[in-house]
Design a protein around this ligand. Sequence first.
Ligand SMILES: Cc1ncc(COP(=O)(O)O)c(C=O)c1O
Length: 393
Amino acid sequence: MNSKELFLKHLAPTSEQPVLLEVDSAKGSIITDINGKNYYDLIAGIGVVSVGHNNEVVNQAITTQLQKHAHVMVYGEYIQAVVNELALKLANLLPESLSTSYFVNSGTEAIEGAIKLAKRITGRYKIVAFEKGYHGNTQGSMSVSGNHQKKRPFRPLIPGVSFIRFNNIDDLSLITEEVAGVIIEPIQGDAGVIVPSQEFMTALRERCILTGAQLIFDEVQTGIGRTGKMFAFEHFGVTPDILTIAKGLGGGLPIGAFISSYDNMQLLASNPMLGHITTFGGNPVCCAAAVGVLNIVTANSFIHDIEEKGRLFEQLLQHKEVKSIRRKGLMLAIELENEEKVNHCKELALKEGVIIYWFLSTRNCFRISPPLTISEEEISISCELLLRVFKKL
Ligand SMILES: Cc1ncc(COP(=O)(O)O)c(C=O)c1O
């Protein structure tokens, strides 16, 4: 059995057309396959490897921690220096009302924790979410995601969830005093990178204060620099009650967090005690990687450069095949005529040595979410290759 046959027989699939790139190694913005062919990675494992593949600072942090200890206890029991260090670093980057982190293993788990916390804070159970939002694939996060067709085979999901239109101020009146939490991506990712208006975000914040509904910002994708700010909420000057992060936090290792105030977080410890528990959450090796990531992202002009790199992509990808480009920082949606063109483009790009990828729900666009460390030269070359692809469409 060759490696492709083994993959297809012994690994459960997620789709009928996996990319099947056979990876040998990866460094910076480049993935190398087993035949020695290099690919410009414009996806970064979907916004995960923000500081580039095989980053030396992250590798060193992981190695140093591994030499001390890996897993020693379930989340929340032992004091581990590196876990403390990560919690403090995040607290220092966030407002006082977001001072306390609960570390988990993925984005979807962070969402589950955030929903549970909103219920505990308010004593209510209803959740308001947004059309076309994406929050993950476990039962709770799927319940608040907006792709109704994908949810159908898994119903019934959690009760009390209703959907309103993103960026629509009128719909905010549907957030009432019965609502525990309102969950939103401050910039919608899977919907094809949709940036809401300042008026909408301000009105949303005000409505949640008025009704007592907890405002949950899902920054699993937008957090840790992706949009040109450390957190996307900074673009709007609007602070959530609960924040979730994951993807880019661990530099390629699995870690997420849901974050709120000190007082809010105490609610999970009693009545009942162990209100949220996880074996692997806050794994010290993953926390060490995340400390390494935050050291890189907060240094010098790292965050500042992200918007300029995004703009360069936007400038260089102008072509008649491209119907529109929506973008914030290095989170881009490139709209083509239809889904067929997107699929064709993705395949041709791979042949040219460029990795792009589709969105789950927005099928006439492809995404670009490269390592934030990508150089201007790498952007220029990969865009030249993509223009070559557009000509063949
Ligand atoms: C905004 C958002 N929330 C949550 C998730 C779920 O994260 P994970 O796949 O780590 O469970 C994703 C993943 O793409 C996401 O983009």
